[in-house]
Write a protein that binds this ligand. Structure first.
Ligand SMILES: [Zn+2]
Length: 302
């Protein structure tokens, strides 16, 4: 693979999601946009590997430096993937510890939730439980409380905390460059919108969740900040009022996701040269399997 092809790949990678984000984001389904952003993050994580492998090939043509540069490519790949795995492990560990501490301090509440003695009105998912602060019961009326619980149930059933943790890990692995940060923020935003849409589909009324959001514009301690982000409230309210997703926008997002996935496979396998194509296929296969198992709950019917 030449640098020209790699440059075209990088340009495509940067431009396509930007165009899709600008046009399709307000119209496409959140699940599709989360998938697109996660594929983009995976591509950004693997890009240094492809770039270094290209350098190795170029060096291989001159003065027999290919072996050393290929070694550098492998070290870079190990560093980026290692950073991502370390960030995920730390986030999951922190999340487990906060969840365990809150669950230990809480008491069983209605609808199987755990009620914790926090002064801030907040609700979030900790491990496999929905945690609600005692102050939330005082702040919301029963319809609003039902909407908030439906929102958190959507997070729990859809595996949203794990997806958000992996988006952060992939972004960390990519050294949090601006496109990676943008994709991570897109994932978080769309997970919120997905949970909001689940509430509207379940309760057939957007009013209680809108009213609750107006009261709970800020998240609670630790993990809740990962999913319930105050500055997203305006965007979430706007999307609740917007028309339902359009089939054309969904198709565009699906096609873009497929193109990006194909480009990643071609770039990684192509860059690794014929001799190491097996390694490229293994890396891409592992990445695709991980993303598939992570994102599968999003595409299940409610
Ligand atoms: Zn939420």
């Amino acid at each position: 693979m030449t640098f020209g092809v790699l440059a075209a790949t990088v340009a495509l990678f940067a431009a396509l999601p930007f165009v899709v984000d600008r046009w399709a984001a307000p119209r496409a389904s959140p699940a599709g946009l989360v998938t697109l952003a996660m594929v983009r993050l995976a591509g950004l994580l693997l890009a240094p590997l492809a770039l270094a492998a290209c350098l190795a090939q170029l060096a291989g043509h001159h003065a027999g430096l290919g072996g050393a540069t290929l070694g550098l490519a492998m070290a870079l790949a190990a560093l980026t993937i290692g950073r991502a795995l370390w960030a995920t492990w730390r986030a999951e560990d922190e999340w487990r510890r906060i969840g365990a501490a809150l669950l230990a301090a809480g008491v069983p509440g209605p609808s199987g939730v755990t009620v914790v003695p926090l002064a801030a009105p907040t609700a979030f998912v900790a491990g496999d439980r929905i945690v609600v602060s005692a102050a939330l019961f005082d702040a919301l009326d029963p319809a609003e409380l039902e909407a908030v619980l439906a929102h958190e149930t959507a997070h729990l059933r859809g595996g949203h905390p794990r997806i958000a943790a992996w988006a952060h890990a992939l972004s960390r692995g990519s050294f949090q460059i601006p496109p990676a940060r943008a994709a991570e923020s897109r994932v978080r935003q769309q997970l919120e919108l997905l949970a909001d849409r689940h509430v509207v589909d379940t309760l057939h009324n957007p009013e209680p969740i809108r009213a609750a959001m107006a009261k709970l514009s800020d998240g609670g301690p630790g993990g809740s900040q990962r999913l319930d982000i105050g500055h997203l409230t305006h965007e979430r309210l706007r999307c609740l009022l917007a028309a339902p997703s359009s089939a054309a926008a969904d198709r565009l997002v699906t096609i873009t996701t497929a193109i990006l996935a194909a480009v990643i496979v071609a770039a990684v396998c192509g860059a690794l040269h014929v001799r190491l194509a097996d390694l490229g296929i293994a890396v891409c296969g592992l990445t695709a399997t991980g993303l598939w198992s992570l994102l599968r709950p999003l595409h299940r019917p409610a």
